[in-house]
Design a protein around this ligand. Structure first.
Ligand code: ADP
Ligand code: ZN
Length: 217
C-alpha cells in the first residue's frame, strides 16, 4: 500500500505505520527518524535540520524534499510505503505529488488520525525514547515504563526525554501542526483520498485502512 499518514504529534502515526507495515511489508518512512539519523551521523542534512528540530519547528521544505526525493527512489519503496510525518505543509504536498507524477507512483490513501488535544499533550509529555540511535524504543513513564527506570529493556542504553519533548517545544509543535499541517486534510479530501479515523484503537485504524483499500481494488 502507498499511504500518507497525517495526524498531530503524538497521534500515534509511528505505531499505526508499524502495524500497517506488518500487514503487507510496505516500508515505514519517518522523516523525523531520517533527520535524527542524519544528525547522529553528522551529515550535511543533519547539520541543517538540527536547530529547527530542537526548537520544535519544521525543517525547511527544500531540505525535506531533497531527503524524500532520494528516499522514495530506494528499491524498498517499490512494494509500498507508509509516509509517517511527511508531507507536513501544503508546499511539501504539492512537491510530493509532482514527484509521484515524475516517478509514476499513485497514492492509495491519506490516513488522517484524529486525537483530542489533551490526549496528545499527555502522551507527549510522558513519552521517553531510548537514546541509542539503532534502537529508539519508545516508552511512556505512565503507561509503559521500562522495567528498570531510565534503562532500555531492549538494549540497556539510557531512556531519555527528547529535547523537542519539553513542554515549550511540544506547544510549539502543536501550534505548527494546526497552522501548517492541518490544511493538508482539505488538500487530500479534495482529491478524494482522505480517510479519517479516531486513534482510540490501533487495530480499528488498521481495519479501516485495509477495508477501504480492499474495497477499492
Ligand atoms: P512528531 O511527529 O512527533 O512531531 P517527528 O519525529 O515526526 O515527530 O518529527 C520531529 C521533528 O523533525 C519535527 O518537529 C520537525 O522539526 C522535523 N520534521 C520531521 N518531518 C518533517 C517534515 N515533513 N517537514 C519539516 N520538518 C520535519
Ligand atoms: Zn534501546
Amino acid at each position: 500500500m502507498k499511504l500518507v499518514i497525517l495526524g498531530a504529534p503524538g497521534a500515534g502515526k509511528g505505531t499505526i505505520a508499524k502495524l500497517l507495515s506488518a500487514v503487507d511489508g510496505s516500508v515505514q518512512i519517518s522523516t523525523g527518524d531520517i533527520l535524527r539519523g542524519a544528525i547522529e551521523s553528522g551529515s550535511e542534512w543533519g547539520r541543517q535540520a538540527q536547530a529547527y528540530m530542537s526548537r520544535g519547528e519544521l525543517a525547511p521544505d527544500a531540505l525535506i524534499m531533497e531527503v524524500m526525493e532520494a528516499r522514495l527512489q530506494q528499491p524498498d519503496c517499490e512494494n509500498g510505503f507508509l509516509l509517517d510525518g511527511f508531507p507536513r505543509t501544503i508546499p511539501q504536498a504539492q512537491a510530493l505529488h509532482q514527484l509521484f507524477d515524475k516517478l509514476g507512483i499513485t497514492l492509495d490513501l491519506a490516513l488522517n488520525i484524529e486525537v483530542p488535544r489533551d490526549v496528545v499533550l499527555e502522551r507527549l509529555t510522558t513519552r521517553r525514547t531510548c537514546e541509542n540511535p539503532e534502537c529508539q524504543a519508545i516508552y511512556n513513564i505512565k503507561s509503559k515504563p521500562p522495567a528498570r527506570e531510565g534503562v532500555c529493556d531492549k538494549c540497556g542504553s539510557a531512556v531519555v526525554q527528547r529535547d523537542d519533548e519539553t513542554e515549550a517545544a511540544i506547544n510549539r509543535r502543536l501550534q505548527t501542526y494546526t497552522e501548517k499541517t492541518a490544511p493538508l486534510i482539505g488538500f487530500y479530501r479534495q482529491r478524494g483520498l482522505l480517510l479519517t479515523t479516531p486513534s482510540t484503537s490501533s487495530e480499528e485504524v488498521v481495519a479501516a485502512v485495509t477495508g477501504r483499500l480492499g474495497s477499492a481494488h
